[in-house]
Design a protein around this ligand. Sequence first.
Ligand code: G3I
Ligand code: 9MR
Length: 546
Amino acid sequence: GAVVNQLGYLPGAAKWAALPATAGDEFRVVRAGTNTVVLRGRASAARAWAPAGQAVRLADFSALTAPGDYELRVDGQASPVRIRVAPDVYAALTAATLKAFYFNRASTALEASHAGAWARPAGHPDTDVRVHASAASDKRPEGTRLSAPKGWYDAGDYNKYIVNSGITVYTLLAAYEQFPALFKAQHLNIPESGNELPDVLDEVLWNLEWMLAMQDPADGGVYHKLTNKGFDGNQMPHEARGERYVVAKGTAATLDFAAVMAHASRVFKPFEAQRPGLSARMRGAAIAAWRWAQANPQLAYKNPPDVRTGEYGDTQLDDEFAWAATELYLSTGEAAYRDALALDRQTVRVPGWGDVGGLAWMSLAQNRDKLSAADAELVTKRVRAFGDELAATWQASAYRLTMESPGDYVWGSNAHALNQALMLIQAYRIGGTRVQLDAAQSVLDYVLGRNPLGMSYVTGFGQRSPMHPHHRPSEADGVADPVPGFIVGGPNPGRQDQKNCPPYPSALPALAYIDHGCSYAANEVAINWNAPLVYVSAALQALTPA
Ligand code: G3I
Ligand code: 9MR
């Protein structure tokens, strides 16, 4: 049948439904539970949409702006589809997707007063981890004991990875930086709620404190990850007691750390009275990390033979250098960092854990007042042009979606879509055009149900959402509902799951998905996938004209 955003639409937003090719020509919107027609329209002609190997028609009901509950009725379609229009349709989503980070906290018990049915004992204290052979140094030989508690579990597994933490923390802090009013008004019911910081900053500090402990004070280098040697079984955190290690320092981890700490030092600067010395400490940590990376520019991480947890390996490090240089320049104003950035040689791309160049452009766009007139103009031009490209893809798409190419449907495709939206929003914010905002909205609609599977990919949200994410606590806690507020990776024709997992119903890019705990390639959760959902849902609320 017809599919829409299952949470609904902001009054002023663009509103699209996708209809089967067999749908009739006319659609009507009626007040829920009545036959009172408030809008009539004609569906677009059927067009083939390659990612799902099927033809689709579209209904544009953007003219429906009055808040309320409605039904979309389409000629030739038996069941009507519920539609909500309201200014607060995404408020609970933004809060829950941020609260999900709290649910993934390491080293602490989740109390029922904050976690409800998903309360659990503390796991992974990480106060006594060993230096792995790959990370050994003179002052810290193999086997040295370190303390690096807190942080978030990366995903469905219980390990902590600096590279993936980097983009995640940045995205959350950027959301706060760009839309502070929304986050200051938020009450997440986390242990720190009600203290002198906005909840989002308290939550991010949980991970930043861990990250700071991952830097070797002797040389500024940063360990790539803190993990077990192999993945844990399907156990609760407190039952997973495998030996923990810090593994190899690496250039990508150290540069991502430098970028995040430099950025965080700016975000926390106004909170000097509440957190004395924190901003300066982060800035110092960023500078020390940068120096280490200058001396070790090519240490691409690879798992040592005895370490089998997530690799987050990346050999292309230009973008990490550019991002770190950008953040250090914006935090210190020092010309050396601006020169290292080599702005004119960087292209704008959709960010991801292994390609962080887009984050540099995002910070530059936000801080054009700190750039020379020529650089500010270049940033404006490039970021807008990239937004125009994505918006043109959206306009030409039979599904009205930026996810048009097979390469978009990677492991974590839902987050790739959201990061496209994030870049569209950067363009819109610096004098871009309305189509960029509308294209970003369509991405949110896609992950919340306007997709060929009719799935809202966020646990606990929408009429049909994942019940069996690859997330150890959700699988092992004995609670029927998964931990709420997590977006799953989504369709991934690569289907890199284990052989004994059930087959996917389809291998087509936008259909290659299965709601099964076995499927880490399509149904895992991850911190770097939730962060752009927090960002995009907040941005659309803040930016969509009423
Ligand atoms: O870069 C290539 C691209 O050139 C090629 O066209 C494409 C075709 O398949 O593949 C691209 O590489 C992919 C890579 O991600 C970059 O996107 C790999 O196929 C794909 O297997 C790889 O997936 C990563 C996965 O770990 C396996 O390493 C995911 O991005 C990454 O999100 C995921 O992260 C895991 C952690 O390791 C462990 N914790 C859970 C987390 C989420 O599943
Ligand atoms: O749970 C792990 C998940 O976080 C990773 O994304 C995935 C791929 O690296 O691996 C999962 O762990 C599985 C491991 O690779 C093989 N044995 C079974 C583990 C749980 O399904």
